[in-house]
Design a protein around this ligand. Structure first.
Ligand code: SF4
Length: 298
């Protein structure tokens, strides 16, 4: 099966879907039932698609899929995500390669070692953690422990000094007691993600978790979600402020009321007031101010 799936964001970025389906069967997720097993697009088709859009002026590609860590699992010959990234890295015209959400267990020393050599890969890593409590993770049928996850973040931060780590967290998963939630909170304080996307658990019919005992009350989910959003905002402000006085490269995407918006290579949103036309241009500018949401450059 072959399926191209490109969505353009203005003239700067293209989202490339490299695979579909998932074989993981997390207990809350309907995707393996709804979308079936892993199917990877052929590398030559992905590469020719990216070459074509690079010629049209696109500078940044976002590599996505349902479970991109499984890319190539269904091929006869060994060819993995890192092999594909190495080939994309050599496509002329592409200046930034961004990875979509990745399964934490993909991050091994070998993977990071090869990734480090790819100059176009953005050091922004979205690792879906889902919970910071080992018992909850087990019930979710996630396949890592918090200890392993911590090691993975240390590995990334050791190789990439400017790494920005983001994540998804589910609150109110069946059986999540106050104690389990507190463990998650403490773990998240330690990891200090740049940004966390918080989801209140909602049962999906046909999944294991939907019929688990200990479904959590909506008000409790709301409270827990609020606490984690506050923590996320605090972290984001902390990271953004740490850029004040530093020069950063920004790819500008669009203009709104005289202010251009763009992102740094590690995906920090930047605002720049200018009357110049700088869409789809990469500029190196100095961060002069920062808030919870973005940095201001001059
Ligand atoms: S949550 Fe992600 S890894 Fe787990 S089954 Fe769903 S798609 Fe697969």
């Amino acid at each position: 099966m072959e399926f191209g799936d490109i969505t353009f964001t203005e003239k700067t970025r293209a989202v490339i879907k490299i695979q579909d389906g998932c074989d993981r069967f997390c207990s809350y997720c309907i995707i393996p039932y709804a979308r079936g097993r892993v199917r990877s697009r052929k590398p030559k088709n992905i590469l020719s698609e990216i070459t074509k859009i690079a010629k049209e002026g696109i500078k940044e590609v976002v590599i996505t899929g349902i479970h991109i860590a499984s890319y190539g699992k269904d091929f006869k010959e060994e060819y993995k995500l890192i092999d594909l990234l190495e080939e994309i890295n050599s496509i002329e015209g592409i200046e930034r390669i961004r990875l979509g959400s990745i399964e934490p267990l993909l991050i091994t020393e070998e993977f990071v070692n090869r990734l480090e050599k790819l100059s176009k890969v953005c050091h922004q890593f979205h690792l879906s953690l889902q919970s910071g409590c080992d018992e909850t993770l087990k019930r979710m049928n996630r396949r890592y422990t918090t200890e392993q996850f911590k090691e993975i973040t240390t590995l990334l931060r050791t190789y990439f000094e400017d790494a920005i780590l983001t994540t998804d967290i589910i609150v109110g998963f069946p059986g999540e007691s106050e104690e389990e939630f507190n463990q998650t909170y403490t773990f998240l304080e330690k990891i200090k993600f740049y940004k966390m996307h918080i989801f209140k658990y909602s049962p999906r019919k046909g999944t294991k978790a939907a019929s688990m005992k200990g479904q959590v009350n909506g008000n409790i989910k709301e409270e827990r979600s609020k606490k984690l959003i506050e923590l996320s905002n605090k972290n984001q402000r902390y990271y953004n402020e740490s850029y004040i006085g530093k020069s950063v490269e920004i790819l500008f995407e669009e203009e709104k009321n005289g202010v251009y918006q763009g992102h740094t290579k590690n995906y920090i949103l930047a605002h720049y007031k200018t009357s110049d036309k700088i869409e789809n241009t990469i500029l190196k500018l100095k961060c002069v101010k920062a808030n919870e949401e973005y940095i201001i450059v001059e």
